[in-house]
Structures are given as C-alpha cells and as structure tokens.
Design a protein around this ligand. Structure first.
Ligand SMILES: NC(=O)c1ccc[n+]([C@@H]2O[C@H](COP(=O)([O-])OP(=O)(O)OC[C@H]3O[C@@H](n4cnc5c(N)ncnc54)[C@H](O)[C@@H]3O)[C@@H](O)[C@H]2O)c1
Length: 473
C-alpha cells in the first residue's frame, strides 16, 4: 500500500521504516529541510536502536523516500499519517498548531480520497478540528466531494525499543466513527496492518474520541505506577524497608505485574509529562478534575529534586566549591532524547547552588551541553558545567556521583577506580543499580531510592520506629 507520513521524528521515522519493512511504499515528509537532507544522505536525525539498519535496507529496496514536498506526499499516500509534535502550551494543554497546520497543508493538495490518520497524541476533539481544517481548504477550492476521512491511530511505541514495539504491538488502537466511508477506511486500515493480525486480531476498533482518550489514559496510568512506587520508596526510606523487595513482592501479583514498578528520579521524556498535563487541562476545560493525575504530576516534580535534597542534607544549602558528577543525561537509556529529562532539573539545581558539574552520557554529548545551556541561560553559570569524555573523567575529584540514567555501561563500574579518583566516595544512585552492602564494604557512602537511606535524617520516623520496637518487646 502507498503510505505518506508527515513528521520525520521519533514516531514518524519508526512508523515509516517499519511499514516500509512490511513491504509498503512509504514517503516521509518533514518541513525541516535539514532533517530531510540528512535522511536523503543516508543519515538519521535521531538515534533509535536498529533504525539505521532498517532504513538502509528499505532505502536500498526503494521502499522509502524522504521529501519536503507536501504535494508529492499527498499525491502518493492512500493513507496519510500525521505524526508531528504536540508539545505543552503554557497552561499545560497540548499545542495543536503543528497538527492543524499539517491538516491545512494536506487540504491544499487533496485531489482524490485519502484516509488521514492522526498518530500524534492529541486531545479528544482534535480529529474534528483536523477535519474542519481539511474541509476549509477544500471549500476554498470549491470542492464539495467527500475527499477524506479523519481517523485516530495513537502510537504506543517506547523510545529505545521503538522498532520492537512497532513490529510486535500488544494492540493497535484505531478510532473510526460511523460514516459513508466506514467500510472503505476499515478495509484499508485492516490491509495496512494485516501483518500484525495474522496470529490473532490485535486491532481494537473504537470511536475516534475513545481512541484519542485511550492514549492519554495509557500514559497517565503508567505515570501513576511510577509516582506511586516513588512515594512508596520514599516511605520505605523512612521506615527502613527496601523498595526492591517490595517491587518484587507486589510485581509477582498477576493483577499488578512487574512492569513500570521501578523507583527512581522521576519520569521524563517527550510523552508522560506533557500528556499528563494535557489530560489534567482537558478535564479542567470540561469543568472536571483529574485528582489522581494531578497528584501523580506533583509527586513526579518533587521526585526530580530528590537527589539534590539529599545533597543539601549532606553538604548544606550552598554547594560553592563542590563538584558533582552526573551519569546519564537522556531521559532513559538507548535514546538521545533529553526532553523533560530529570537530569536537566537536577543539573539546574546543582548549578543554582554554586556547584561545578561534570556530566557524562554515552550518547548525548553536544546535545547535552546545548540543553543545559538552554536551561541555564547564563554564560557565567555555564562555565561551571562540562560534558566529560568518559564516566570516570566526570567523576574526577567529585564530591558525589549522581547516577541519573540507567545506561548499561553504568551497571558495573570499577568502584575501586571511582573511589580512588573521587574527592569523596559518595554515590547517589537515582536508579538503584548498585548493591548497598557491597558499596558499604568497599567504603563508599551510598544512597539509593527507597533503600533505607534516611533513617538517621528524619526525627519523626525515628520516633515512630522506636515506638514500634518498644511496643513489640
Ligand atoms: N516520541 C515518542 O516516544 C512518542 C510515542 C508515542 C506517541 N508520540 C507522539 O507522537 C507525536 C510525535 O512525536 P515525536 O517524538 O515523533 O516528535 P518529534 O518532535 O521527534 O517529530 C516531529 C516532527 O514533525 C516535524 N514537523 C512539524 N511540523 C511539520 C509540518 N508542518 N510539516 C512537516 N513536518 C512537520 C518536525 O520537524 C519533526 O521532525 C507527538 O504527538 C507525541 O506525543 C511520541
């Protein structure tokens, strides 16, 4: 089938590459000419494991092409995906300017019937707005024929495992409302995704509004699990319990499952923060409230500063003269995406308190400096920040090491070498990678998340525990 994809970002490129790999004829269009030039020169504007090989294979077979020409893309695709960004606006709602601009651009070039598929994460009602933009353009040209159907097909891939997620979906959600085109559109989408439905039907059909809301509900549910575990972890610290044992203890319950139960420095990335915010705003627009999701967001905001609060407890409010190493800048391993990464909040807090910061990330280097500079907006402050060439270079003379992203390369460091090169052997493990007992034996001060760190630090918790012990004897 001939498919066009508007937006050559993480979602658009993975969708395009994977559909081409299934044999479809794909054109990816982006209005960023630099990105398209990179793609046409056999490069990639983003990092995603396996994508380079996938693209090379399909370029060589002539199944995927890249362009900035909307007329060509609209002419080509029977199905046209919209996969452009929907960032947060000031009030938290989703900014639909890119989606609606694309709809108008498509409308200007429509000559025959096309299925327009919203793959971007968009609030309920967006399909209707896209439809209106398309129709307005047709009206301007005096075309009254029904030349399109707008449907919703939210994307559930995870950066870092995007190709696997796309090629082995748990489900494909398609929102399609009743219309004279229903049968045609249903058939086209069935055909497009037929490779995924051979073993058993993975496509879940529903109305457009339900599909739009399904995406937000899924992300809000996953964010809730993370914030919930972070709260339990923080309580574990106070009570002398161990979050890792608790995680295994509750994950074994099949109703709960093991995924998304890891405590850490909070969630980030291009989806959870903006999607929870947009969901909260949608409810407010309806005169309602998302109380759970609002709490999830508040817990997450606090969790991002947890490691810095620990440093304040240890070193005091002023970090002047101290140097901290930060391992991991990307919001999670196997991606170069730094959008809303916890590392950015942590680094800003450290710099604000006068510290020197040396950071290392296996993938993000130049982009890391650029993101920190963007947040800092001050050359003098930036002079206290540097990107190191290696994890050990970052740790040189550091007064503490903060592990923020769980890249595999950080799983088994040479602790003796770290101890020897650091000014103070102190590790704040924001991803619970290390064995607290082993580090204690090595003479390295250690704090994880929810691993009995703060007993001595909280008077109320100490008194509560002593009371418990007294009543049990
Ligand atoms: N990144 C993820 O993991 C993920 C997962 C599921 C869903 N989503 C959703 O998918 C959508 C896209 O996300 P992304 O991470 O791929 O974004 P992205 O920022 O990586 O890519 C968006 C692309 O759209 C292009 N673009 C913007 N306006 C355009 C226009 N008028 N014409 C042509 N191209 C245009 C941009 O240049 C950019 O290359 C968002 O709504 C996001 O919430 C993202």
């Amino acid at each position: 089938m001939k498919v066009s994809i508007v937006g050559a970002g993480y979602v658009g490129l993975v969708t395009g590459g994977c559909l081409a790999d299934l044999g479809h004829q794909v054109i990816c269009i982006d209005n960023d000419a630099k990105k398209v030039a990179t793609l046409n020169a056999a490069g990639l504007p983003i990092y995603e494991p396996g994508l380079q090989e996938l693209m090379a294979r399909n370029r060589a077979e002539g199944r995927i092409h890249f362009t900035t020409d909307m007329a060509q893309a609209v002419e080509h695709g029977e199905v046209i995906f919209i996969a452009v960004g929907t960032p947060s606006q000031e009030d938290g709602s989703a900014d639909l300017q890119h989606v609606l601009a694309v709809a108008s651009q498509i409308g200007r070039h429509l000559k025959k019937f096309k299925v327009i598929v919203n793959k971007s994460t968009v609030p309920v009602g967006t399909a209707y707005r896209v439809q209106k933009c398309l129709q307005d353009e047709l009206d301007k040209r005096g075309i009254s024929d029904s030349l399109f159907e707008v449907i919703s097909n939210p994307e559930f891939l995870k950066e870092g495992a995007a190709i696997k997620d796309f090629m082995h979906p748990d489900r494909i959600v398609i929102g399609l409302d009743d219309s004279p085109n229903y049968k045609t559109v249903h058939q086209k989408m069935e055909l497009l995704y037929s490779s995924f439905n051979r073993h058993h039907a993975r496509t879940i059909w529903m109305g457009v509004r339900s599909a739009e809301l399904t995406k937000y509900a899924a992300n809000a549910m996953l964010a809730t699990r993370i914030s919930f575990m972070n709260e339990i972890a923080n309580l574990s610290d106070l009570l002398g319990a161990d979050i890792d044992s608790i995680r295994r203890g509750i994950g074994a319950d099949q109703r709960i499952g093991h995924d998304f139960l890891y405590a850490g420095t909070g969630y980030g990335g291009s989806c959870f923060p903006k999607d929870t915010r947009a969901l909260i705003q949608t409810a407010l627009d309806c005169g309602s409230q998302m109380k759970v999701v609002t709490a999830v967001e508040n817990v997450n905001d606090q969790q991002k500063t947890l490691l810095v609060s620990r440093l304040v407890q240890h070193f005091g409010e002023d970090f002047s003269g101290l140097k901290f190493a930060v391992w991991g800048l990307a919001f999670k391993p196997n991606t170069d995406d730094m959008r809303e990464a916890p590392s950015r909040v942590i680094i800003q807090e450290l710099l604000k308190r006068g510290a020197h910061v040396s950071a290392f990330d296996p993938l993000v280097s130049k982009e890391g400096s650029e993101a920190v500079a963007l947040d800092t907006k001050n050359k003098d402050v930036m002079s206290r920040f540097n990107m190191a060439e290696s994890a050990y270079e970052a740790a040189q003379q550091a007064d503490a090491l903060l592990v923020v992203t769980e890249w595999k390369t950080f799983h088994h460091p040479d602790f003796e070498a770290l101890k020897a090169c650091m000014n103070q052997a102190f590790i704040l493990d924001g991803r619970n990678l290390y064995d607290p007992h082993m580090l204690e034996e090595l003479g390295i001060a250690y704090q994880g998340i929810g691993r009995r760190n703060q007993l001595a630090l909280n008077f109320k918790a100490g008194r509560h525990l002593r009371k418990l012990e007294e009543t049990s004897t």
